[in-house]
Design a protein. Sequence first.
Length: 381
Amino acid sequence: MNERLFYQDAYIEEFQTRGIRQQQDQKGNTYVVLEQTAFYPTGGGQPFDTGILNGIEVVNVEEVEGEIRHFVKEPLSRLDLIKGKINWDRRFDHMQQHNGQHILTASFVELFEIVTVSFHLGREFCTIDLNTENLSDDMVLQAERRANEIILENRQIETKWVTMEEAVNYTLRKQLSVSENIRLVIIPEFDYNGCGGIHPSSTGQVQALKVLNMERQKKNIRLQFICGNRVIKQFHHKHKVLQDLNKLLSSPEQEMTVAVTRLLQNGKHQEKIIEGLKEELLEYEARELLKQSIFKNGFQVMGKVFQNRNVKELQKLAKIMVNIDAGTEVFFITESEGGLQFVCVRGAKGKLNMKSIAAQILPLINGKGGGANQQHKAAVH
Ligand SMILES: [Zn+2]
């Protein structure tokens, strides 16, 4: 364990050491094993550290069979002297999220005896799964408030290596997953927990904790939350969205919901008005077209070719026409990029057999169609 500098001091950002060996894994990725390292490998829900070794980027750090492998972008040219530097922003962010999780989880235990069954530290958000099927918004608020109290109290965080025998002296939050090299992370009088992750030295450094979302899983409830700088980032982002909406809606923040509801209602109202106007327009168009209909061989016929006209609307138009004048026979064709579509509608007093006419038209435009004798449409693609 002596090679693990992150356990001696979580705040080591730069270090100097020697390489033990450099080789490739089965996938052909080059990795380096060091005498000592401040790079934390993925484990216990905490992602690995990134950074550089002799200026070469470290892209992944994994623990395999007890050794820490630093996967590098390209092989190091020397192993006798290695200067390492971890990406501190990333590491400290992980420390804030990880300890925030301990605090939130312990708050749920303290207040409601609800245990956490899993934890995920994601790039944007963290989640915990709580072993309960019922959780109210108020309970979440209480736990969040308790967590922020613990943060504000700035309690010292202790880490301790103990044996199995020593471990039984502590009221641990959950069963230990290892029987040797037991490491306890302790927030005095609040949380005693076996954990191999990296934590800040006091709760104040977690800065703040905010629960963002609650989602029901099969038998658990998943909470999404953020800590530390992520709270500031989120706040900034959300504030920007609100400010933009303020301007767009000319409405202060407190009245935003009312303003948006009003806007949606207005939209629906306008849609209804437009529908009504469309109907009126079709009626007007129908009467104009009827004036242009012609008499030929004892039939009153109206035929017209349209460009990019909705075929349903044309059906409606034709129906209005035959309702006004039951003796009319209507033939419409609409041309669009998709092809040709036609509509033929016979009035109640019409004499033409639309089905047979459609059957004659269809082969000409190579389409297919069906329907009653009085009305026909077809599409060609
Ligand atoms: Zn932990």
